[in-house]
Design a protein around this ligand. Structure first.
Ligand SMILES: [Zn+2]
Length: 443
């Protein structure tokens, strides 16, 4: 038994949204009680107690679009890299990195991403992986890292024809074998999807190969209209827009994630809504790649289930939250934009997306939900209440405010020290792997 208490409690549960001095009790991986600190401590006097020390107790974060393969890119300089547009960024940076990753470097990239996720209070990660130099078993290596660090993971490999038909097929088969493995696992900690890079690198034949090998019960995870080039390619080669092509290939549906959706129109938004397809917004990545601002507010108001990811740009969901908030205000020249929509995407959208793959309720502190709990050291000046918690989080916290992270009932980080692994040893291995990768890229 575990009790986290002595702090301001944000539940994301409509019944009791906020308690000034609250606590949460977990039995194994399940929350069994949420209430006032006195009430919960009295009910479970012998439980291990985590003292929030007057900080904020809330549900752990969920990241619905991440790229483990980008772990060793920070500070990496690639000889001759001088991108003139989005396609140069893909080929010159990301595809160059992933073509050089060994299986062991993929595993260590996952360790580095998961460690940083835990430090930012993220306990559930939807990853979109590529390692065209070593495809087979790559998702299983990432799963090893997820288990070792205690992170809940939904994995996929990004199928693409960019390196030829054999590699595309190998990617499809890696997805298929991992999805089958995940469907047979009853831990509720691992899931799989059929990953696809983007329609402009996938022929109709490869689309069909994905469909033929995708087990029932899971969907696709694909980049959609991230660059204007993707739309131009689709119009030129298929005489239709991207969402129409995905509809015709039977890719859309309530288990499918369409990341970005920058160059989509009203008709395509209606198709996403009709098919109950999920959309994940990654504001910093879109800005950094000079791809443009997606019509996320319009997609949200169309009624599409919309979440927030990081696209590997950061592992801090609060960084993504802050940037999404200002991006849409700036883009729409509307100081009232995004106040309601962006918190809804981070706190409810991501939870609803995650619960299309995981059974136990996530992103909420209530009886029966998964014991994924964080404590932050934020101590508000303006009194906190159910009506203003999102303003406090937006302006008062960063990922580094998280001091304690509990994932699936296990204490993964306490007082900013990881408890499951020897962080120094793992980071030393990651540092060596990053150096080896840089050397193999630049020769
Ligand atoms: Zn992405």
């Amino acid at each position: 038994m575990l009790v986290v208490g002595n702090g301001r409690l944000i539940t994301r549960d409509d019944e009791v949204q906020f308690l000034e001095n609250g606590a949460v009790a977990a039995d194994g991986n399940t929350i069994v009680k949420v209430g006032s600190a006195d009430e919960v401590k009295k009910a479970y006097p012998d439980a291990e107690f985590i003292d929030a020390k007057g900080g904020v107790i809330m549900p752990a974060f969920i990241n619905t679009h991440e790229h483990i393969y980008s772990s060793f890119a920070r500070g990496l300089s690639i000889n001759g890299y001088n991108p003139q547009g989005f396609l140069d960024i893909l080929d010159g940076m990301w595809w160059t990195i992933d073509r050089h990753l060994t299986l062991e470097q993929t595993r260590l990239s996952a360790m580095a991403t998961y460690i940083d996720s835990i430090k930012n209070g993220v306990t559930t990660v939807f990853d979109h992986h590529a390692s065209f130099g070593a495809i087979t078993d790559s998702l299983f290596k990432i799963e090893e890292a997820a288990k070792e660090t205690g992170v809940r993971a939904c994995l996929c490999y990004e199928v693409s024809d960019r390196d030829g038909g054999e590699k595309a097929k190998e990617g499809v088969m890696e997805n298929a074998s991992f999805i089958k493995h995940a469907l047979a696992d009853d831990s509720d900690m691992i899931a799989g999807m059929m990953g696809m890079h983007a329609q402009f690198t996938i022929s109709d034949a490869t689309m069909a190969l994905c469909a033929a090998n995708k087990p029932d019960g899971v969907g696709y995870h694909i980049h959609v209209a991230e660059g204007i080039e993707d739309l131009h390619h689709c119009l030129k080669n298929y005489s239709k827009r991207i969402i129409d092509r995905l509809m015709d290939c039977d890719i859309l549906g309530d288990k499918t994630i369409a990341a970005h959706c920058i160059y989509i129109n009203k008709h395509e938004m209606e198709l996403l809504k009709e098919t109950d397809t999920m959309v994940v917004h990654n504001p910093e990545s879109n800005m950094g790649n000079a791809c443009g601002c997606p019509p996320t507010m319009a997609i949200f108001h169309e009624g599409v289930l919309t979440g927030l990811g990081t696209d590997g740009y950061t592992h801090d969901m609060l960084e993504s939250f802050k940037v999404a908030n200002v991006l849409h205000k700036h883009h729409l020249c509307d100081a009232n934009a995004a106040w309601g929509e962006v918190p809804e995407m981070l706190f409810n959208g991501n939870a609803n997306i995650a619960n299309r793959y995981f059974k136990k309720p996530l992103g909420v502190l209530k009886e029966g939900a998964a014991a994924d709990i964080i404590v932050t050291d934020y101590n508000p000046l303006t009194p906190m209440s159910a009506g203003n918690v999102n303003g406090h989080i937006l302006f008062g916290m960063t990922g580094r405010s998280v001091v304690t992270t509990v994932g699936n009932g296990k204490v993964l980080m306490k007082d900013r020290r990881l408890t499951m692994i020897d962080e120094e040893k793992v980071m030393a291995d990651c540092r060596q792997a990053a150096a080896d990768l840089a050397k193999s890229i630049n020769g």
